[in-house]
Design a protein around this ligand. Structure first.
Ligand SMILES: Cc1cc2nc3c(=O)[nH]c(=O)nc-3n(C[C@H](O)[C@H](O)[C@H](O)COP(=O)(O)OP(=O)(O)OC[C@H]3O[C@@H](n4cnc5c(N)ncnc54)[C@H](O)[C@@H]3O)c2cc1C
Length: 336
């Protein structure tokens, strides 16, 4: 028989927003279950093995501008997990602003290690259900009941939805929302990103920082994960297509799209280097195009339900983290 779970709060999504929301709730004495559809938590903090090495194929680095996030980054740095990778790349910056000298942080062993570290810190108080896709969410007299695709039932008094907004809306059903919330949430859109990671036998030579950032080109990013410190065993190159080029490539067969991403590395291979293997990841929801101005949205006229993630308050890893922290606070306040 499929399991039936009880908790004060259910967090759907174990990206950085969900992990930090769960941390905030646990610190406030709230019982939490987290469900993530993937085998490993982390969401877009994603690292993959390829050949004898590995590469980050989601977020590449992060900056810390808000003191609250900088405090977390300092904590992770002190734990030896996070390090300053560089203060800018050869062309342009991630924010397409002039080079600003901000530290760009990376994670030892790959970005996903940060998520694994946060998940370990949550155990055993927080129950983390990976490989668990929540497919429905309905209000009950005491809160919420969620169901997963493998038939598990989750009863809770409050829910945090931290997946990209279209995925959260698919779980809830837009018709449950008050019309103002529905209008705001259905307007949130994301840009796609096609990413290739390639194992190279031999050497590659990118300019400063081992990465090339070209936001005005079809290929917006290339980075050498060995130079970055993520893949000491082998050269693994990450290549990302910009939003327009990603939309174009998505219509091609996977092998053709992968070849076009791979071709971008050719000028940087140092003879006789060869690309031995490539893997493609098509992110449908890479970066939000629309940002809701607040760090969370508390749904009106429903039991406690908060939407959070990188589309709330500010984008990227830092925005998602701050949104998760705030979602934890507001859910705990609702439960008091
Ligand atoms: C290719 C790429 C490059 C990027 N580069 C950078 C960068 O260099 N710097 C930077 O700061 N940011 C970057 N970003 C953005 C950054 O990764 C995100 O802003 C941030 O990681 C979002 O975190 P999140 O917790 O809001 O969402 P996510 O990380 O997407 O987490 C959502 C989680 O919800 C889960 N989920 C979804 N639906 C369900 C369901 N029905 N049931 C259960 N679980 C579900 C998913 O499995 C996922 O783990 C990049 C993103 C991509 C894709």
């Amino acid at each position: 028989m499929a399991a039936e779970h009880q908790s004060d709060a259910l967090i759907v999504g174990g990206g950085i927003a969900g992990l930090l929301a769960a941390r905030g709730l646990r610190e406030r004495g709230v019982t939490v279950i987290m469900a993530d559809k993937a085998v490993r938590v982390g969401g877009r903090l994603a690292t993959r093995r390829i050949g004898p090495g590995r590469g980050d194929h989601g977020a590449q680095f992060f900056t810390a501008r808000a003191p609250e996030f900088q405090a977390l980054v300092n904590e992770w740095s002190a734990a030896g997990l996070v390090y300053e990778w560089t203060r800018g790349f050869s062309r342009g910056t991630f924010d397409t602003s002039p080079p600003d000298g901000h530290p760009r942080y990376a994670v030892r062993g790959g970005m996903n290690n940060l998520a694994q570290h946060l998940a370990e810190q949550l155990k055993p108080e927080v129950q983390i259900e990976s490989s668990t896709r929540i497919v429905s969410l309905a209000p009950t007299p005491t809160g919420w009941q969620a169901q997963s695709d493998d038939g598990q039932v989750f009863n809770s008094r409050a829910v945090g939805l931290t997946a990209p907004v279209p995925q959260s809306l698919a779980v809830l059903g837009v018709e449950r929302l008050a019309s103002a919330d529905r209008a705001v949430l259905t307007a949130i859109e994301y840009e796609p990103c096609l990413t290739g990671i390639f194992w190279v036998q031999g050497e590659v030579e990118f300019p400063d920082g081992g990465a090339l950032q070209t936001p005005d080109q079809p290929i917006i990013w290339m980075a050498d994960n060995r130079n970055k410190g993520v893949s000491p065993e082998a050269v693994v190159v990450t290549v990302q297509a910009g939003p327009d080029y990603s939309r174009e490539l998505r219509h091609l067969p996977e092998t053709a799209a992968l070849k076009l991403l791979r071709d971008a590395i050719e000028p940087y291979l140092v003879a006789p280097a060869v690309v031995k293997e490539g893997q493609l990841k098509a992110w449908s929801y890479a970066l939000p195009k629309t940002i809701y101005p607040e760090r969370y949205l508390l749904a009106a006229n429903l039991p406690p339900l908060v939407f959070a993630g990188d589309a709330f308050g500010g984008p990227r890893v830092e925005g998602a983290a701050l949104s998760g922290l705030e979602a934890g606070r507001v859910l705990a306040a609702c439960l008091r």
